[in-house]
Design a binder for this molecule. Sequence first.
Ligand code: ADE
Length: 230
Amino acid sequence: MRIDIITGFPDILREPLQQSIIKKGRDVGAVEIHLHNLRDYTDDRHKTIDDYPYGGGPGMVLKVEPFDRCLNDIGQHSDLNKTRIFMMTPRGRTYDQKKATELSLAGHLIFLCGHYKGVDERLYSLYDIEDISIGDYVLSSGEIAALVITDSIVRLLPNVLKDIDSAWSDSFQEEYLDAPYYTRPESYKGLKVPEVLTSGHHERIGEWRHKKRVELTEKLRPDLLKKTNE
Ligand code: ADE
């Protein structure tokens, strides 16, 4: 898979994209990630990427040309008709695990990071862009949303997690939250690990985990159960 991220603030992303699971995904060749600095696609001395909104009002709007030039540049090396382009914006559909799974099967994704009041709307007339939000709150930066989405996708790619079953049993991958987990020591400050987990009895452990998943979901996120029953 290839992911291109177009941003006015590449430094927000550079380090996190070189750590942990995303680093592993890049190292094993499961994903190729390209960061593009919007300022490299400006032609004025100040490398201006935003401007005042027509009609007035507070805030700045990201200009259309730098995005257009950068996308055009990416299009020189790959077929944008086979690529899904996403704008990080609170006005988009809310991202979830189902979407992460769907996008993990794509060949090429481009994430556009909005800022300020958003991006000149004409960009949507030039490219087929899907809006996507990571939740009903406003971030100052689309970069963090792009990072969240990239992380959730890369961990699902083949050869990234040691134990892919671990990803498939995660909370939200199915309708239930994941079960609680414990590791050594077996007893800590008088608190013991549930006995069944040290029994070595895999069937009983499986049953216990399933029971806990249902209990936890009912207690913490009953809305998830309603959603699947709708
Ligand atoms: N940019 C600002 N807020 C955002 C959000 N909630 N999701 C994605 N991008 C954003």
